[in-house]
Design a protein around this ligand. Structure first.
Ligand code: ACO
Length: 427
């Protein structure tokens, strides 16, 4: 049987060109246009890659119309409610969920590797107090490359594994150090006795010596409910196929640069408000709106084509239905409202925005639904995480996705340097 193809006709010359249609296991097919320029002398034009598949991938599947997300074939709902973040990391990296012994070994390895070189610690002193932790984090991950030069020549599964576990383990420590440095308070070293997520919360909140202070919610210790909430947030951020920062990571990987600088580039790309930086902007926006009765005014601004105000935490390039991660977080928010003492004023404003936007013609006709960033801030605030750490928390969760995509890129024999062309319109 003849393989399916697409025929493109240049209506100027009447010449036709035939291209193979590639089938994935799920989702839209793709037209293989790799020889298009050689065949026709023309480029394809697709700013922002709205119709371009840049690679094949077996990691994450999204059906944006249905609001479906799966890592390695497993629905995000299952992972977020029945598995830990570390299990999810193992799944992404190893293509299967760990058994209890595999999980124990992986967990131990991550705990062991959480410490950073003492000289790298000095780097933090070079940053001004009140530096944004994203700037410090990105710089420190780049600097980490100089401590692990051997990763430049990674070539077997064991090397990939070491690189992955080092980054997974050290990035939370670097993020917590970046935050504490921004406040000018003593850094807290990782604690080998603590789980991944509890360790991070401890590095954020403890006094030297491991003592906790009485939090604003009146609890002295880090509670299991808080660890579970943050662990779920990490899982929901773990991967999201070819988003902007992952595309940057793959782009840097394509040049043969050190893997850590590829991850540092991903961190920088994530910082933007249109991407991971939106979580910080959502809370800032809710605080600016101030009360539920002022929501209408801001909805009107978001709809005004002459006003560049956008409703942060709304809209997504791929989801044209409810972001499934947002659904899980909304449920978590409602479940934990009492236990975590969530900010009821911000929840009321967010609820009113959601209510109006979901029934307003402007938002409905453009398929603008709340995305993951709309709900993370309220939960993170209850965990005593300050706004400038929301995007670093996204980084911690997404690191495993970037690494997994980096490895997939390196193992793919069809990978090439990322080098798009342009339509020149200058002098
Ligand atoms: N508020 C108001 N209008 C919006 C919003 C919004 N948040 N998002 C999109 N629109 C409108 C646009 O103005 C445009 O309207 P038009 O057709 O009348 O010109 C239409 O919806 C399509 O928007 P685009 O910007 O073309 O969509 P794109 O897919 O390029 O952008 C993006 C997606 C960047 C996420 C956008 O929706 C946005 O800026 N949202 C706010 C920031 C945000 O929440 N980002 C987080 C995304 S999730 C993540 O990265 C984890």
């Amino acid at each position: 049987m003849k393989k399916p193809t697409v025929t493109l006709t240049d209506n100027r010359s009447g010449k036709s060109y035939e291209y193979a249609i590639l089938e994935g296991t799920r989702g839209p097919s793709a037209v293989d246009i790799r020889t298009f320029f050689a065949d026709t002398g023309m480029f394809t034009y697709d700013p922002g890659y709205t119709s371009t598949a840049s690679c094949t991938s077996k990691i994450t599947f999204i059906d944006g119309a249905k609001g479906e997300l799966r890592y390695r074939g497993i629905p995000i709902e299952t992972l977020a409610t029945q598995h830990s973040y570390l299990e999810t990391c193992y799944l992404l990296l190893n293509e299967h969920l760990p058994n209890s012994r595999e999980l124990q070994n992986f967990d131990l390895e991550i705990r062991h590797r959480a410490y950073i070189h003492e000289s790298l610690r000095l780097l933090f002193d070079a940053f001004p107090n009140n530096a944004h932790p994203m700037a410090t984090l990105s710089a420190a991950v780049t600097a980490l490359a100089s401590f692990h030069k051997e990763h430049l020549t990674l070539d077997d599964a064991a090397d990939y594994h070491t690189m992955a576990s080092r980054l997974l383990a050290k990035i939370p420590t670097i993020a917590a150090f970046a935050y504490r440095h921004s406040l000018g308070i003593p850094l807290i070293q990782p604690d080998i006795d603590l789980s991944f997520t509890k360790n991070f919360l401890t590095m954020m909140r403890a006094y030297p010596g491991g003592k906790m202070h009485l939090g604003s919610n009146g609890h002295e210790e880090i509670r299991e409910v808080e660890v579970r909430a943050l662990d779920t947030i990490f899982t929901l951020h773990a991967d999201h196929e070819q988003n902007a920062s992952t595309t940057v990571v793959r782009g840097v990987a394509s040049t043969g640069a050190h893997p850590y600088v590829a991850i540092a580039a991903g961190i920088s790309a994530l910082w933007g408000r249109a991407h991971g930086g939106a979580n910080e902007s959502v809370i800032a926006q809710l605080e600016m709106i101030g009360s539920a009765d002022r929501v209408e005014t801001f909805i009107a601004r978001a709809k005004d084509p002459d006003d560049d105000f956008r409703l942060m935490g709304f809209g997504h390039r791929v989801y044209k239905n409810f972001d499934p991660r947002a659904k899980i977080l909304k449920r978590l928010q409602d479940e934990l409202k009492e236990e975590l003492g969530l900010n009821s004023r911000l929840m009321e404003i967010a609820g009113r925005i959601e209510e109006i936007a979901l029934s307003d013609e402007y938002f409905v006709s453009r398929n603008l639904y709340p995305n993951i960033d709309f709900y993370t801030g309220i939960i993170l605030t209850a965990l005593q995480i300050p706004k400038n750490m929301f995007t670093p928390i996204f980084v911690i969760g997404r690191t495993v996705g970037w690494i997994t995509q980096w490895i997939e890129f390196k193992k793919d024999p069809t990978s090439k340097i990322a080098r798009p062309r342009q339509l020149y319109t200058g002098a």
